[in-house]
Design a protein around this ligand. Structure first.
Ligand SMILES: [Zn+2]
Length: 401
């Protein structure tokens, strides 16, 4: 499509990079479309945040979208809350939450027996409330997950988590500094935990559950502060297509529009065709579309080599041809490596490819961690990505005269 000749799609495959055991999932996957784009374009290796630094998905995406995390990252909670469509104002504090099962003050299941989304939704009614002069808003998302926002004056994110991250005693929230704000926030969190604990224990939905969802555990405290939008900073309009709340939240934080795609779930069953079609359609209204696919990272965390390979093959077959036909520049990379053998993020670089009409090529013909090391982009950094895109679509401002 000629109308897209100065547009770009940035596809971020979460946890893309891996280690060879003896081959990487990317090397093993059948991916003729990704290989063709690598052959027709330029490739390289990307250090998403800094070389050898192990990135979180949150800090990495901020960096890839041009927002230095040391300045713009204020914790995970607000990004999750924004991703759930919750309203946040300057000074608000937010947490990620888990429905959990607690017995005699001890967490015996951090996911409340893998509670389903429908039951969690029913339990979530009436859990928002006013405590002192703070409006406490709760929203559940998928299964045990959710977010909590504290709206009000004099709050601080510098408080400890109530989630012990393992089975054992629940942590009381206490302030991590001597400020009045941290003391107030901890007091409100503890009161909220106490009230909701009582409500949940009495809820009819919990009566028949072997593992009742009788407590909300809090983690990932952060504060919200409005940042200059992506358009203000880079002079182009951008939209996001994603399933996971975090990625939608990051986009909203940066003032990007989020395209809601039915079937985009953020898990292995996500509708990749629908996401790719929505990304291409969005090019009519935006200069750049950021499309996110989560499941390769989840497979990496599970140590599931076969699952990661299969997901890469699905992306290749179902999404890449649609993106390619758009006529826009295509940039494909990851936000970090999640090697299956480590079941965790690592600081290894991730492959990147850039392909589009009139662009340069190199001698690389395959898209994987080893082949892309030979590519013409060399070793690039997350903070280069926005400038790479601006240059591709001829929207870069000249530096000097
Ligand atoms: Zn990630």
């Amino acid at each position: 499509m000629a109308g897209n000749s100065k547009k770009a799609i940035l596809l971020i495959i979460d946890g893309l990079g891996d280690l060879p055991t003896p081959k990487t999932p990317l090397q093993m996957a059948k991916k003729p479309n990704l290989d063709r784009l690598a052959k027709n374009g330029m490739t390289g290796l990307l250090a998403p945040v800094k070389r050898y630094v192990v990135p979180g998905s949150d800090t990495s995406h901020l960096q890839l979208l041009g927002y230095e995390p040391s300045i713009f990252y204020h914790g995970r909670g607000p990004l999750e809350a924004l991703g759930l469509g919750m309203d946040m104002r300057n000074g608000d504090v937010a947490f990620r939450t888990n429905f959990a099962t607690v017995k005699n003050g001890r967490v015996i299941d951090r996911r409340a027996g893998r509670i389903d989304t429908k039951t969690a939704g029913a339990l979530s009614r009436n859990l928002s409330m006013k405590i002192e002069d703070v409006q406490v808003e709760f929203k559940n998302s998928v299964e045990h997950r959710g977010a909590l926002v504290l709206h009000g004056p004099g709050l601080s994110h510098n408080v400890c988590e109530t989630d012990p991250h393992e089975l054992g005693p629940v942590h009381e929230c206490h302030p991590l500094d001597a400020s009045r704000e941290a003391a107030k926030t901890a007091r409100i969190v503890n009161r909220f935990t106490e009230i909701t604990g009582g409500m949940l224990s009495a809820a009819p939905e919990n009566r028949k559950r072997e593992k009742p969802a009788n407590m909300l555990l809090l983690r990932g405290a952060g504060y919200y502060e409005k940042v200059p939008s992506f358009t203000e900073r880079f002079g182009i309009e951008a939209a996001c297509v994603a399933g996971g709340a975090l990625y939608k939240g990051i986009a909203r934080y940066l003032g990007m529009d989020v395209v809601i795609v039915p079937g985009a779930t953020g898990d292995r069953n996500t509708n990749l065709r629908a996401k790719a079609q929505a990304s291409v359609k969005a090019l009519q209204d935006y200069d750049v579309v950021f499309m996110h696919v989560k499941a390769c990272d989840s497979a990496g965390h599970d140590g599931d080599v076969e699952g990661k390979k299969r997901m890469l093959e699905r992306i290749d077959a179902e999404a890449v041809p649609i993106l390619e036909k758009s006529g826009a520049y295509i940039i494909i990379t990851g936000d970090h490596s999640t090697p299956c053998c480590r079941k965790a993020h690592s600081g290894h670089e991730v492959p990147i490819l850039v392909c589009g009409k009139g662009e340069r090529t190199d001698g690389v013909t395959k898209f994987d961690e080893i082949s892309c090391a030979e590519g013409g982009l060399g070793h690039i950094r997350g903070k280069d990505i926005v400038y790479l895109i601006l240059n591709l679509i001829e929207k870069a401002e000249k530096y000097g005269s």
